[in-house]
Ligand binder design. Structure first.
Ligand code: ADP
Ligand code: MG
Length: 292
């Protein structure tokens, strides 16, 4: 490949809103056959909102929001921000002590003297808290709608459920269709629940979903696919995607994502528009065909 043609390719990329780390990236881009997509912030907007609240017997809605909102206030996770913002609308949030983030699961903190746990039901179970039937029912119903249900407990008991919803980006379905036209297999990868993942997948035309994957395990999913002989591109936006983006044969970061994700990637989709992923692969194929 002549350096000039590659540079023209990278220049054309810039016009399409694709930032390419170096001309040599085009070579791996061309060979990609599988595209793994992170869900939150990549296929969906990542701008979540609190849409529903369910309480356990004897728990006041206001108190549930106050304690959960305060605990989540210190977290940068999009789910946490939605809960903190929704709770702040209902009243002022108290200060917390001993805040801890449990990657891919939730948060813990002490609020008003209560040991509060907010996150996946699995996190509460790990802390010895089981959800009563009323809350597991609400949880299943929320997930069936494609919403994310976050459990709240304190002092060893389940106290309620907060439902946050995230919209699928308008351009995602068209972006997936474009990948398929190029002969690529899309796979949705998420730490979120399987029911949510399937609902979001169905909305954008992805039937292969890998769900409930902890942030540190996303990289293993990429390795496993590579072990099957696939050439894998990964598209992500979060700190939790960085290792997988670096491991993939081609890492694509959303320009709207975190710096860590962008640094770990070969390509950045500047406008955060997923359709640029297909553009990048088409561009690489064309550029290298011209050269050969
Ligand atoms: P994704 O892979 O979709 O970007 P994450 O790996 O960041 O998602 O999180 C996986 C799941 O863990 C979330 O869907 C949510 O259920 C739970 N979770 C993570 N962090 C928090 C938090 N701060 N508060 C509540 N739930 C959380
Ligand atoms: Mg994400």
């Amino acid at each position: 490949a002549t350096p000039t043609a590659l540079l023209v390719g990278t220049g054309r990329g810039a016009q399409l809103g694709i930032l390419i780390k170096g001309p040599e990236v085009l070579e791996s881009t061309r060979r990609v056959d599988t595209v793994v997509l992170d869900k939150t912030g990549t296929v969906t907007t990542g701008r979540m909102a609190l849409v529903d609240v369910a309480t356990a017997d004897g728990v006041e809605r206001g108190e549930l929001l106050r304690l959960a909102g305060a605990a989540e206030h210190a977290s940068e996770h999009p789910i946490a921000q939605a809960i903190a913002a929704g709770a702040a609308e209902a009243g002022e949030l108290p200060a917390v002590t001993g805040f801890a983030n449990v990657e891919g699961l939730g948060v813990t903190a002490t609020v008003d003297g209560h040991a509060v746990v907010v996150g996946r039901a699995r996190l509460l179970e790990e802390r010895g808290i089981t959800l009563p039937p009323r809350l597991t029912g609400a949880l299943a119903a929320a997930q069936e709608r494609g919403h994310t249900a976050v459990a709240v407990g304190w002092d060893g008991r389940a106290r309620g459920l907060l439902v946050v919803a995230d919209a699928v980006k308008e351009s995602s379905a068209a972006a997936i269709a474009r990948l398929r036209e190029l002969g690529l297999t899309p796979i949705l990868l998420t730490g979120d629940n399987a029911a949510v993942a399937r609902t979001v997948g169905a909305a954008v035309g992805i039937d292969e979903v890998i769900a409930e994957v902890l942030p540190q395990d996303k990289v293993d999913v990429i390795r496993r696919l590579q072990g099957e002989g696939r050439v894998v591109a990964m598209v992500g936006d979060g700190v939790n995607d960085a290792a997988a983006l670096a491991q993939a044969d081609l890492g694509l970061a959303m320009g709207t994502g975190t710096d860590v994700a962008i640094e770990a990637s070969d390509l950045t989709l500047v406008r955060g528009d997923l359709r640029a992923a297909g553009d990048a692969i088409r561009l690489a194929r064309r550029t290298l065909r011209t050269i050969k």
